[in-house]
Design a binder for this molecule. Structure first.
Ligand code: IPE
Ligand code: IPE
Ligand code: MG
Ligand code: MG
Ligand code: MG
Length: 357
């Protein structure tokens, strides 16, 4: 079968640090594809996943608090949007309901949490961080709606409920995703997001790069291409840093932009986001392999069935867990310059590794 337009090797995305790729941790024999730990400049740390400390109760309280604020603000933003519709009644009803269903139906709100925590490191205005966080969550929710479509992962369950194309129909799901995407850009570029137009412009630019063909959308294309031919660990990591990592990077970078952080602090947050994004997708892939569909609210054991490229498939469960522990340590290490102020972001990385949903 043809692998349309993606036969080339996955390049390291410009926006991502090369050192983040796992070829420093795992050696892959180019002729046989056999993987061995170590062999690179940094050895794969054989840490047990249980060596990762648990997040604190304060973190759990704080993420619940952020989720409640995001849910409230997102509902208001959607009500405003839907209220401004140039038409009404039957035609917009399924589309507007599908947008609400996709955006307000649960979700951990982890990307907003990271953005708000990163912004708070620099004392950025809270309302601005909340709007940027809601914009990011709209992109994330849209990506999930499209990810679940029959043409992509073909999933029927999301956040414990039927996916949008099952609850409505495919055309409505596609349009709801499109609409959430544009609402994200309206939100982040609106004067109500931030007084300074330069900050709004930078956020809009970064969000576009993170969401589109240099970010999440390209990563999704590569994820689908990997169903057609084997990916190396390097290609798999580069793909995951796009499909999942790019939005986490935006979360952290947006916090730095909103807080007018120094270039050094911004770089530290980008390093954290890089490790965090890889850890997040690795944990997602471990949950797919080992997790419980009821707890996750989405299907399990789909990745192997569909031939997805995952590090769990390439390294095995134990190897993946060891790599995950190393990534959590990397995420924590990147935050060293912030000392105790970054405790919530450190807890977020620990949470990602031990989450069950
Ligand atoms: C799921 O993301 C999609 C991936 C990138 C793996 P989340 O696990 O953050 O999904 P919600 O928002 O909590 O449902
Ligand atoms: C989804 O990754 C990534 C995006 C939506 C961009 P997955 O396909 O692994 O996510 P789940 O497992 O369906 O949540
Ligand atoms: Mg997918
Ligand atoms: Mg999926
Ligand atoms: Mg998954």
């Amino acid at each position: 079968m043809q692998t349309t337009g993606v036969k080339h090797r996955v390049a390291t995305p410009d926006c991502l640090p090369r050192a983040a790729l796992p070829h420093h941790r795992v050696r892959c024999d180019p002729s046989t594809g056999v993987l061995t730990p170590g062999g690179g400049r940094i050895n794969l740390r054989r840490q047990k996943a249980s060596a990762i400390p648990s997040p604190t109760m304060t973190f759990r309280t704080e993420i619940d608090h952020v989720a409640a604020r995001v849910n409230e603000r997102l509902a208001t933003l959607l009500d405003q949007e839907i209220g401004q519709s140039p038409t009404s009644g039957e035609v917009i009803a399924p589309l507007s309901e599908a947008m609400r269903y996709a955006a307000l139906g649960g979700g951990k709100r982890l990307r907003p949490f990271l953005l708000i925590q990163a912004a708070s490191l620099f004392g950025a205005p809270e309302d601005s961080a909340l709007d940027a966080a809601c914009a990011l969550e709209c992109i994330h929710c849209y990506s999930l709606v499209h990810d679940d479509l029959p043409a992509m992962d073909d999933d029927a369950l999301r956040r414990g409920r039927p996916t949008v194309h099952i609850a409505f129909d495919e055309a409505t799901a596609i349009l709801a995703g499109d609409s959430l995407q544009t609402i994200a850009f309206e939100t982040v570029s609106a004067p109500s997001c931030h007084d300074d137009p330069a900050i709004r412009a930078e956020l809009t630019y970064l969000l576009a790069k993170a969401s589109g063909w240099q970010g999440m959308a390209l990563g999704q294309a590569l994820d689908l291409a990997a169903e057609q031919r084997p990916f190396t660990p390097e290609e798999t990591t580069a793909m995951q840093m796009l499909k999942t990592g790019a939005l986490f990077r935006f979360a952290c970078e947006a916090g730095a932009v909103l807080g007018r952080a120094s270039a050094k602090d911004r770089e530290a947050l980008i390093r954290y986001a890089s490790a965090f994004g890889q850890a997040f997708q690795l944990a997602d892939d471990l949950l797919d392999a080992e997790g419980d569909a009821a707890a996750m609210g989405k299907a399990a054991s789909k990745d192997a069935e569909r031939g997805k490229a995952t590090l769990v498939g390439l390294l095995g469960v134990d190897g993946a867990k060891a790599h995950l522990a190393g990534l959590v340590a990397d995420a924590e290490g990147a935050l060293a310059p912030f000392g105790g102020d970054a405790a919530m972001l450190i807890d977020a990385a620990r949470f990602v590794a031990e989450r069950r949903s």
